[in-house]
Design a protein around this ligand. Structure first.
Ligand code: SAM
Length: 350
């Protein structure tokens, strides 16, 4: 029986894109919703009628979904959603992950092997000729962009409330938001404290979007500055003046050597008593296997789509890099009540 089960698992892997596309299609065509809505389950004919999809289409999808435990037949021919089907339909995190996988990653993942062999995100060519996805982020097709931002924001937004309390405990006057993206943190922190000044650093496309977002908000726009920077450019510099350097879901966009270089750029001009806060979803800090699974999968997005050389890190790997360049992690803040993040609080080694 054990060998038979293993063979079944192996087949699930061999056909996994079929299951994935079935789930996506059933969500998009409203089939899962229609089945879930009906308490007593529906026949193929009834689903076809409710969703305006052909009986053939409904049948092939339902048969696959039944075999993949997304649906079940409580009586022969009457389909209901299982708990897994329910989560696909109603769990926000599952949907954010699924749409990110479908819209951003699916086509590019076809080039995973070449990406690994060449140390380059070979899948990115499905969208454009950039070295990293971040150079082209603001130019991605609308649907792709939406799924990318939904994925990014879903995770970081949920942690901001806790993070703000941690960062403001030392009453900083100036924050540098490095890799600030659309300006969400700059907005949240300047709204949270009406004296704080924030300087946001990012690539030109993202700075333009953040500027538009922030300039619309009268109460904060005078307290946010912007600086375009390419941290992969060896000559780029992070200026002095910050009490806090904030890097949220940022360092995972870089290889270990690049992270060292970025930290050294901070170190070069920082005040001796300034603090660095690194917020990440670390692989070794997760309580649930589903979270670990999602994170190691996300690493492959970096491999095939984003840049070809970065990943989701373990907290221990990040602390090792931090120590190597002369910093000390003085505290680890676990935000796991509402999120999957840890914040590393870092200062210069005394
Ligand atoms: C995953 S997003 C994180 C955004 C935000 N901090 C958050 O928590 O949601 C990473 C950000 O790093 C920026 N980034 C990536 N490579 C960069 C580089 N070489 N120089 C400057 N910023 C870069 C991207 O443009 C993007 O805005």
């Amino acid at each position: 029986m054990k060998a038979l089960e293993a063979l079944h698992e192996a087949h699930k892997i061999a056909f996994s894109p079929f299951v994935f596309e079935t789930a996506y299609t059933m969500l998009e065509l409203g089939i899962l919703e229609a089945i879930f809505d009906s308490k007593s389950g529906l026949t193929i004919k009834e689903i076809a009628k409710k969703t305006d999809v052909s009986e053939y289409g409904v049948r092939v999808l339902c048969e696959m979904a039944d075999s993949a435990d997304i649906l079940e037949q409580k009586e022969p021919g009457i389909y209901s959603t299982t708990k897994t089907g329910y989560f696909l339909l109603r769990d926000e995190m599952t949907k954010v992950n699924l749409y990110f996988t479908h819209d951003v990653c699916y086509n590019g993942l076809f080039y995973l092997k070449e990406s690994i062999q060449n140390g380059k995100a070979e899948g990115l060519k499905v969208f454009g000729e950039w070295n990293t996805i971040y150079e082209g982020l603001s130019q991605l097709p609308e649907k792709v962009k939406k799924s990318w931002f939904d994925f990014d924001h879903f995770y970081s937004d949920n942690s901001f409330d806790d993070a703000l309390k941690i960062i403001f405990k030392d009453s900083p006057k100036q924050i540098f938001d490095i890799g600030g993206n659309t300006g969400k943190w700059s907005i949240a922190s300047t709204k949270y404290n009406n004296e704080i000044k924030v300087k946001m650093f990012d690539l030109p496309g993202q700075i333009k979007v953040a500027q538009e977002n922030i300039n619309r908000i009268e109460e904060i726009r005078d307290r946010v500055e912007f600086q375009t920077i390419d941290l992969l450019d060896k000559t780029s510099e992070i200026p002095s003046g910050a009490d806090v350097y904030w890097m949220s879901q940022f360092l995972d966009c870089f290889s270990e050597e690049e992270i060292e270089q970025i930290l050294l750029k901070i170190k070069k001009n920082m005040k001796p008593d300034a603090k660095i806060y690194i917020m990440e979803t670390f692989i070794d800090d997760q309580r649930f296997p589903a979270a670990t699974h999602s994170l190691v999968a996300t690493s492959l997005y970096f491999t095939a789509l984003a840049n070809g050389n970065s990943k989701m890190y373990t907290a221990s790997a990040m602390k090792y890099i931090v120590k190597n360049v002369g910093f000390e992690c003085i505290k680890e803040h676990y935000l796991h009540e509402d999120s999957f993040h840890t914040i590393l609080e870092i200062e210069l080694k005394k």
